[in-house]
Design a protein. Structure first.
Lengths: 157, 157, 157, 157, 157
């Protein structure tokens, strides 16, 4: 039985974790979920650290939605660096799923994008733990999460 | 009995710690506060490290007010990265409550914003330690500290 | 028998790892390859950490292709810092081979650039492990990977 | 007997350490100073690390003067991050006193600013070690070093 | 007998290491040099880590020449942060000697600047190890490497 940590925020404007949990459960079995909700994205790195240390999870999926202001972009940058640090220190994957408000044109698209990206990163998390060959099979194929795949520059030979 | 560290600065132009302490004490009991005041925001990360190591606090709340100049913004960025590093290294939360001078239009608003954000982050700190389910209940709801909540993109289903 | 880790992404739009593996195998023998494919470039640092810790590789070659948007540039920056951290922590080289979409004028050039850079960095990785004197011989000669060498500012005396 | 480390550079254009040492000695007794001079600000973090590890100092005061060019600003940023890292790792304060050339209008003002800021940060260092209550007493009062204090946004109640 | 590590790159367009080695040898005796050449500046931090760990050097001198493009500037930033991390972690100095292509107006000046800066930083490295009082004697005197010294803002009193 593997353990998956899920960390999200009260700052985000979409309940990405629910979408992610549904996708995880649809992907397969053999894991238990540990969840922590923190105020903002800068609190995610230590939440992961605690999920690794206190709950012994094998991987974390983090969900966040930085706001549109300059300060928010800085926060996203800082949060991501914290996640790198936590992940490397633990030697365990942290799948970062951030949706920036500016990526969508309106509320409807933002909602859709956030849920869809959360689902697709949940699947990435599942594959990292249970089916790494699924990822290897799509190496270099321009996959995206939330938006349509960019696709490979040239068709596979 | 839990221990909460509070670190603030002489640089800030509002006594955010007093507002935070009142809010903490209004939130509940079962904790003791350890406080350190340092010159500026770049001194906060090591103050937290000392609160964790010397005073065995379970969580730190840090309060800072970067100035409006470009150099101040850099300082805030650097300070935040130091806080990420300290927090992940310790595996204990550091709730960062920064108010940038430029976020408010005048002195009155800055004063109000700073106190209110300090109070609301004090509550976040309290919830992280004592009532994590309060945070989980509001996951993805677009909560803000100091300003009005942004709210969820779409009403909860 | 040395061990070389190769980490790449499903985000990249060219299968750089195949080009790298061919080049590695053309360069010589005496090594075994361990490969991991992750979703995006921010997942590469921990993939290396795991290759070092779980597969005992002596060096990692990482292949990534950041997109053209501002957010993608930030991701590349963050990913590179994560790689620095992992590499220094382990005391083992991580050869970073990133191709930014904006470096090429069209799909054909991007494809060519990505494969060629992957090959040339694969050779760098091979030299670091097996023939460091090859690198020393070209110190300060303005070598490039993917594009033509810049060459030395002044001809060697 | 406490130990204070002082690290400065040959790059700076004002002998800030002399001003700092005078201020330290004027502030009180009960400490011994250990000093290291390095070429530039990026050498300060490891100088502190050595002061902590080899000379067992309890706190470091670092003095630097980044130049006016873009590259110099980057260097200051990098140096500050190194100082965060060293300080948190050791769990001991590093009081950073940087004066950017662009902060002053002319040579006279730069000289004055650098000496004055060095003195005031020396006092901060002294207070951190010997009289933390002095800092606590001025929490949130908008203190500055080198320039006039900004003061609190609103008078204390 | 002290040990000095020298790390340089094949990316640089001037053979800065040769200039540095000549300067080191002209400065005095009592040391042995360990050299590693890596592909680019982002490989320097781990090269230093290996020089410290595998060759037990007491100090590293790193020589690099970032290109003129935006991506190159980012690489320099990342490389410098890696060097900070390695240096602080080891508690041993890494003297960073980078020359940015844009610092010189033409090939001749770039060549001259790179060699001269390498020589002057080699001397700094030598002083750090053998004659720290030489550095202390010039504290705050506005020394530069490669270009003419900026000099002190005001003549020494």
């Amino acid at each position: 039985m593997k353990r998956i940590g899920v960390a999200d925020t009260t700052f985000a404007r979409v309940d990405m974790a629910s979408a992610a949990l549904l996708a995880l459960r649809g992907a397969g079995t053999g894991f238990r979920v540990y969840r922590r909700t923190v105020p903002g994205i800068k609190d995610l790195a230590v939440a992961c650290r605690q999920l690794f240390q206190e709950d012994s999870v094998d991987l974390c999926l983090v969900l966040g939605m930085p706001g549109p202001a300059e300060l928010d972009k800085n926060s996203a940058f800082i949060a991501s660096l914290g996640l790198q640090f936590a992940s490397v220190l633990e030697g365990k994957p942290i799948v970062e799923c951030f949706v920036h408000e500016g990526e969508a044109r309106d509320a409807r698209e933002l909602d859709h994008l956030a849920r869809r990206r959360a689902e697709e990163h949940a699947l990435n998390a599942y594959h990292l733990l249970f089916r790494p060959q699924e990822l290897a099979r799509h190496a270099g194929e321009g996959l995206r999460q939330g938006f349509a795949d960019a696709g490979p520059v040239r068709p596979r030979r």
